[in-house]
Design a protein around this ligand. Structure first.
Ligand SMILES: *Cc1c(COP(=O)(O)O)cnc(C)c1O
Ligand SMILES: [Zn+2]
Length: 372
């Protein structure tokens, strides 16, 4: 049975309830039995909606899509490391967040919601703004004033109302949470349907590997919108009997903003609330990720690990990727910086799957400043 359940008090809500949070204030999860009719899937067009029976939308007429997804899986040699890399920087708004936005906004249209808000360091806001524009839904996006101006411009250009907030990413989240008293919160952190979209990353990777999972999945992590989605995706495939194992999840954080890394390194099952430094990996600059417990549980359950990389490494590897023709943002480079660690032996014996999360065109002014 499809339903929402609260991760704090276990209360259950029907799948049709227009909600993003439990009455008790807890985070919701969504339970749904995904099905994979492989013969049908194979005949469909190459986008993320080819897994239609695995996406919990009732009516096709509510689907909001640019025929996005099924991004190329590139087999890449990077400094002697072999990696399978999904090109998710090629999405319509420039990041994998379109996966989540397409499914979440489709659901909100199904729920007849006409006005929404979201807070984001930029890419999630841009994705929500674009899909809301296509759906005819009015959107308000809260973002840090200090963020890359390319992302803020993009949000405004889609017709969203931009609320640019002075302060940290956490201050932005607080302002959005307050406004969510009277406008529906289409949050990529709170609303579990965002993961029902980002999970298609795992479906596509497995299909492109001949319906097999990689051994290791190497992902950047801040709030976990990608990591949690990818885990749900692999789990759906495992439960449907299509793959035989879930990969080991290795999450990578920027050392300047590393609450998950610290919790992991200290054997904790939740983060400590501490102030963090700014990082050029702005896509994962989350000092207090709401779903930290869930992320840490996934890492433990998959026998994974959490790593961190320094700012200087992120910058060097971003430029290095660019020299190879990949114009991807510093947040995308964190996993490649991590892959270069000397003590990592599994590249010879394991298939490692990862992705480019975002296009650097939005942060071109930062890249320009490095070259002046
Ligand atoms: C959102 C995002 C990520 C992953 O961030 P989470 O906070 O874990 O959801 C990674 N790279 C880019 C470019 C992003 O926009
Ligand atoms: Zn609850």
């Amino acid at each position: 049975m499809s339903q929402f359940t609260c991760s704090s008090c276990a209360k259950v809500y029907p799948a049709t309830a227009p909600i993003w949070q439990c009455d008790c204030g807890g985070l919701l999860d969504f339970h749904f039995k995904a099905e994979f009719p492989l013969d049908l899937i194979k005949q469909r067009q190459h986008d993320m909606w080819r897994y239609r029976e695995a996406i919990p939308l009732l009516h096709d007429r509510n689907k909001i899509s640019f025929q996005e997804g099924y991004t190329p899986l590139l087999e890449m040699q990077f400094e002697g490391r072999q990696l399978w890399v999904k090109q998710d920087q090629t999405f319509p708004t420039g990041s994998y967040k379109d996966r989540g936005a397409s499914v979440l906004i489709s659901l909100l249209r199904e729920n007849e919601i006409t006005e929404i808000l979201e807070d984001s360091s930029g890419n999630a806001g841009a994705a929500i703004a674009a899909y809301a524009a296509k759906a005819g839904i009015k959107s308000h996006i809260y973002a840090p004033h200090s963020n890359s101006s390319g992302k803020l411009t993009q949000i405004k250009a889609y017709g969203a109302q931009l609320h640019s907030i002075q302060g940290s990413r956490e201050d932005v989240a607080k302002a959005a949470y307050k406004a969510a008293h009277h406008i529906f919160y289409a949050s990529h952190v709170w609303h579990p349907f965002f993961f029902q979209g980002t999970k298609t990353f795992a479906y596509e990777m497995c299909e492109q590997m001949g319906w097999q999972a990689p051994d290791v999945c190497l992902l950047p992590a801040g709030n976990g919108s990608l990591l949690i989605g990818a885990y749900i995706g692999f789990k759906d495939l495992l439960e449907a009997g299509i793959i035989s194992k879930i990969p080991r999840f290795i999450a990578v954080q920027a050392e300047n903003c590393n609450p998950l890394y610290k919790a992991w390194a200290n054997g904790l099952d939740d983060i400590l609330v501490e102030s963090m430094q700014p990082t050029m990996a702005e896509g994962i600059a989350a000092a207090t990720p709401k779903r930290a417990r869930q992320i840490l549980r996934i890492i433990r359950e998959t026998h994974g690990e959490i790593w961190q990389v320094e700012e200087s490494e992120i910058k060097r590897v971003t430029l290095h990727l660019m020299k190879k023709g990949f114009f991807v943002e510093p947040t995308s480079a964190v996993v490649f910086a991590a892959a270069l660690r000397k003590d990592v032996g599994f590249f010879h014996t394991h298939k490692v799957g990862t992705l480019f999360t975002g296009n650097a065109l939005k942060v071109a002014s930062l890249i320009q400043s490095w070259m002046d």
